[in-house]
Design a protein. Structure first.
Length: 93
């Protein structure tokens, strides 16, 4: 089954994305995708992995972007417990 997408075309002022007003359009688009993905990640609509995919960057690069923009991780007690369980299973006794 093919994933469905929605194509959206929006005109936005470059100064929203770059201090350098002569930034090439590709950099503006990359920044816009990261910001959009961060918004969907922050409100819980996308997981970290899916948000990184939308932003077209690695998970680590997306984490760096979130940190640079003071966007907290969506990491709750259940996530912590699951991570601890996996760590216990993988660690030698």
């Amino acid at each position: 089954m093919r994933e469905q997408t929605v194509r959206i075309e929006v005109d936005l002022p470059k100064e929203l994305f770059s201090r350098n007003r002569k930034a090439p359009p590709t950099l503006v688009k990359e920044e816009a995708l990261k910001r959009l993905a961060a918004t969907f990640y922050a409100d819980g609509s996308l997981s970290l992995g899916k948000a990184a995919e939308l932003a077209k960057v690695s998970k680590q690069d997306f984490l760096d972007f979130l940190a640079a923009h003071n966007i907290p991780l969506n990491y709750d007690v259940d996530d912590r417990e699951e991570d601890l369980l996996v760590a216990r299973e993988l660690s030698p006794e």
